[in-house]
Design a protein around this ligand. Structure first.
Ligand code: AMP
Length: 298
């Protein structure tokens, strides 16, 4: 496994693979790896000749007052786990290599980045502008054939697919199911912030979404399904930052489970940790619904 710190090194390291027509897979991460990241690396290893993992805590996607400085980092452990997962090349640039002085350009996807996590009352659309700008740069630097993302960050995956479509990036996007702890909590680097009591309370997110999903399967409207979820959250003493039902692709609010995939998404704060989770309710052939528990891939 090699590590590249600059764009020049990454291009040089990939030159032979590219010349030989090898399939290059990219897994963008902010490090502090867990089994969710490892599932993306495993898929890349199965499907590609060369696996590149980027390791970069991207300042542009953190707002003022967010957790950029204290975001958990463990470079040595990440390198060890990446090696075990069969990564060929880690791209771990310094901030200056990604954003040299005078950097003045952004990639912005309108219309779907101002809601949910992009709502100004949540992280704001600047968060997604930071994500799409850095992912566009990673695509240009690595020029992967395929890039892997997690359904845990459902809105991020939707935004990236839209950017790729709108800007004609020649890359395939694969979105893989959310990997969970045994009690259902979605794995996240930010789970490291949780106290034991917060960790216990955080399981309410998944339980709430499962209750909403089961209400949907029984023919509820989206607002009744969200009520079912809200009851679980209230019982656990969790005040959501948002709890919403939206069309999974267009991210517009949706009243009924009526033939298109519906994203049920929740965010809440537990002490220092802001956590998100979601489920996609897929329509069934008979016009009903079937929860897919965060397993939308295409
Ligand atoms: P991060 O390091 O948090 O930026 O995440 C890097 C990638 O891993 C993103 O595509 C995430 O959606 C994905 N990811 C994070 N947590 C999970 C999880 N629990 N299951 C699957 N993918 C995940």
């Amino acid at each position: 496994m090699r590590t590249a710190a600059t764009k020049a090194e990454i291009r040089e390291a990939l030159a032979t693979a590219r010349r030989d027509g090898g399939r290059i897979g990219l897994v963008p991460t902010m490090g502090f790896l867990h089994d969710g990241h490892l599932s993306l690396l495993a898929a890349a290893r199965r499907e590609c000749d060369v696996v590149v993992m980027s390791l970069f805590v991207n300042p542009a996607q953190f707002g003022p007052g967010e957790d950029l400085e204290r975001y958990p980092r463990d470079r040595e452990r990440d390198e060890r786990l990446a090696g075990q997962a069969g990564v060929d090349l880690i791209y771990a640039p310094e901030v200056d290599d990604v954003y040299p002085s005078g950097f003045n350009t952004a990639v912005e996807v309108d219309g779907i980045t101002e809601v949910l996590c992009g709502d100004p009352a949540s992280r704001g659309p600047e968060h997604f502008r930071g994500v799409t700008t850095v992912v566009a740069k990673l695509f240009n630097t690595v020029q992967p054939d395929v890039a892997y993302f997690g359904q845990k960050d459902a809105q991020q995956a939707t935004v990236i697919r839209r950017m790729v479509r709108d800007l004609d990036f020649p890359v395939e996007i694969e979105v893989l199911p959310t990997v969970r702890e045994p009690d259902g909590l979605a794995m996240s680097s930010r789970n490291a912030y949780l106290s034991p009591a917060e960790r216990e309370r955080a399981t309410a997110l998944r339980r709430a979404l499962l209750d909403a999903e089961s209400a949907a399967a029984h023919g509820s409207t989206t607002s009744a399904a969200l009520d079912a979820a809200r009851r679980v959250l209230i019982e656990a003493g969790v005040e959501p930052e948002y709890l919403e039902a939206r069309d999974a692709e267009r991210l517009v609010p949706i009243e009924s489970f009526n033939g298109r995939p519906v994203l049920l998404a929740v965010a809440a704060r537990f002490g220092r940790a802001r956590l998100i989770d979601n489920v996609i309710v897929e329509p069934t052939a008979d016009g009903g619904t079937a929860g897919m528990a965060g397993s939308r891939t295409d």
